[in-house]
Design a binder for this molecule. Structure first.
Ligand SMILES: NC(=O)c1ccc[n+]([C@@H]2O[C@H](COP(=O)([O-])OP(=O)(O)OC[C@H]3O[C@@H](n4cnc5c(N)ncnc54)[C@H](OP(=O)(O)O)[C@@H]3O)[C@@H](O)[C@H]2O)c1
Length: 298
């Protein structure tokens, strides 16, 4: 008996963190995940063990086993793996990829073969398969594409209790830049804060523990109250002298990248402060100071 496409067996292409986490979450929710493929059989075997009760196969065998393929590999390798799947005979069914910046066009070679293609990007950070299994349920998913593949993407978002965000293909890089700012760059800001703490004589472990309540409350306030109501601090108050002291102290104490980050985030905080009603005289003095702080180390 043939299996209808929309309920057909699922293959996972890729053996990394997202592939393993999504593979296991789908299988645990009763989806027919049958196999996982990677360039290296050992990687596929390790991923299969994590997902549980699926086979480790090569890319060319994956298309024999599955009519729906979820591709979670390095962004740059997408066209190559799509071509491998197409050459292995994938000419119907559906394919999704999990890259944030790209839409279904990254799988154009499969679409040309008759495969319905879409993208499904988890708006979440996945640092390990285990952490992904814990963090992906309930997250938002950026979905781009049409037809059966997009329907499948919506189903995965619903199965994981997540929010489906429809993104048009040309807006995808902007959507992904937002994800990078909210995820990766928050990590960069925390690292920079820990480096400044280090320059003030506080070791990293203690610094991170001390920063935790501040970071947690700032994020909760920004998300709960909105950035405009959440912003506090010298830029919001218009305390020019305080920002000037920071600038002078940082000059010799920390790397240029930390100073650049302070400057760039400070200028954006100033935009928020202006929206909140900071006097234009104070705003101009702060802007001049922040802009100057980039010049003196170039
Ligand atoms: N990690 C995150 O926080 C996160 C969040 C949302 C979306 N994503 C997206 O999910 C996808 C996977 O990310 P990840 O973090 O799970 O990556 P990862 O853990 O680094 O795994 C990458 C996988 O890509 C494969 N690969 C690398 N180069 C390849 C090539 N030239 N040809 C074929 N396969 C290749 C590797 O396979 P082998 O086993 O063959 O070496 C590995 O299984 C990416 O598109 C990423 O943008 C990641």
């Amino acid at each position: 008996m043939g299996v209808s496409f929309d309920q057909g067996p699922i293959g996972i292409a890729g053996a990394g963190r997202v592939a393993q986490a999504l593979g296991r979450l789908l299988r645990e929710r009763g989806e027919p995940v049958v196999a996982v493929a990677s360039r290296t059989l050992d990687h596929a075997r390790a991923a299969a063990a994590f997902i549980g009760n699926v086979d480790a196969v090569s890319y060319s065998s994956l298309t024999v086993r599955a009519t729906r393929v979820l591709i979670a590999i390095s962004d740059d390798a997408l066209p190559l793996v799509a071509a491998t799947l197409a050459e292995s005979g994938m000419n119907h069914g559906a394919a999704l990829h999990t890259c944030g910046a790209r839409g279904p066009e990254a799988l154009a070679v499969l679409a040309a073969n008759g495969v319905s293609c879409a993208s499904l990007h988890p708006l979440q950070t996945v640092a390990s398969p285990e952490q992904g299994v814990a963090a992906l349920p309930g997250c938002a998913f950026g979905i781009t594409g049409e037809g059966p593949a997009a329907d499948w993407a919506e189903r995965i978002a619903a199965l994981l209790g997540g929010r489906a965000l429809r993104i048009s293909p040309e807006k995808r890089p902007l959507y992904h830049a937002a994800a990078v700012m909210a995820g990766n760059y928050v990590v960069a800001l925390i690292d920079a804060a820990a480096m400044l703490m280090g320059a003030a004589g506080i070791q990293e472990e203690e610094a991170l523990a001390a920063l935790a309540p501040l970071v947690t409350a700032s994020c909760a306030n920004a998300l709960g109250l909105g950035p405009m109501r959440a912003l506090t601090g010298p830029v919001e108050r218009g305390d020019v002298e305080t920002v000037s002291m920071h600038r002078d102290a940082m000059a010799a104490a920390v790397s240029p990248s930390v100073r650049e980050l302070y400057r760039a985030a400070g200028l954006h905080a100033l935009e928020i402060a202006r929206r909140r009603g900071l006097s234009e005289a104070n705003a101009r003095r702060l802007e001049e100071l922040l802009r100057k702080s980039v010049d003196y180390h170039v």
